[in-house]
Ligand binder design. Structure first.
Ligand code: PEP
Length: 248
């Protein structure tokens, strides 16, 4: 099927220039598996700085953007600005945007549409809360969140990576077991096959995110429907190199 493994680091609101220099120097030392695509999600204010020091083979992502190119939207940044400083990606729909900032499926869909139309690649995040999982609603929730993205993505699936991130596993140290993650990834791929197309289902990359570490990455990476990771806390640490190399 040839889905290239893709590992994203989501720095969230962390890092200063000293720490950024350390992280990038560590990634330069690597060595990083050349068969893996690496994308770093950077706080907006450091996008240009990171872009100026990061090796060409590492992608740079914003962690959010607004849904139009410019205008009276104090505090926001646009895909055009992200591209202007040389970054190629944006993370959209992260659970922290959904829960802390109240972003709903329809707003996320509008952002996805505009980001893709502007030529950015998108890491689109979905995932259920603990309450939803315990209520047996995992599939219902991830299918609903994905359904909202389908018209937003249109024919641009090649520029989208889906990140399945169970909210109960993000930043909690509670990783989904490989079986739990594989089960959701496989049913998501089936849903995409039935509701979008079998071709897209077989080519779209689905990352797992939620307390991935150097210690648990290999077992998760061995699952057939896990095509990469979106990594928060551990992306700030030297073990990020081991996570990138988890398929080796
Ligand atoms: C994330 O922020 O997307 C994430 C998965 O965080 P963590 O790896 O810290 O759980």
């Amino acid at each position: 099927m040839g889905r290239k493994f893709v590992v994203g680091g989501n720095w969230k609101m962390n890092g200063d220039k000293n720490q950024i220099n350390e992280i990038i120097n560590n990634l330069k030392k690597g060595p990083l598996d050349p068969n893996v695509e690496v994308v770093l999600g950077i706080p907006a204010i450091y996008l240009a700085y990171v872009k100026s020091i990061v090796p060409e083979n590492i992608g740079v992502a914003a962690q959010n953007c607004w849904k139009v190119a410019k205008g009276a939207f104090t505090g926001e940044i646009s895909p055009a600005m992200i591209k202007d400083v040389g970054a190629d990606w944006v993370i959209l729909g992260h659970s922290e945007r959904r829960t802390i900032f109240g972003e709903k499926d329809d707003l996320i869909a509008e952002k996805v549409t505009h980001a893709l139309e502007s030529g950015l690649k998108v890491i689109a995040c979905i995932g259920e809360t603990l309450e939803e999982r315990e209520g047996g609603k995992t599939e219902e929730v991830v299918f609903r969140q994905t359904k909202a993205l389908v018209p937003a993505i249109g024919d641009k699936w090649a520029n989208v990576v889906l990140a399945y991130e169970p909210v109960w596993a993000i930043g909690t140290g509670k990783t989904a077991s490989p079986q739990q993650a594989q089960e959701v990834h496989a049913s998501l791929r089936n849903w995409i096959s039935s509701n979008v197309s079998p071709d897209i289902a077989s080519t779209v990359r689905i990352q797992y995110g939620g307390s991935v570490t150097g210690a648990n990455a290999k077992e998760l990476a061995a699952c057939p429907d896990i095509d990469g990771f979106l990594v928060g806390g551990a992306s700030l640490k030297p073990e990020f190199v081991d996570i990138v190399n988890a398929t080796k």
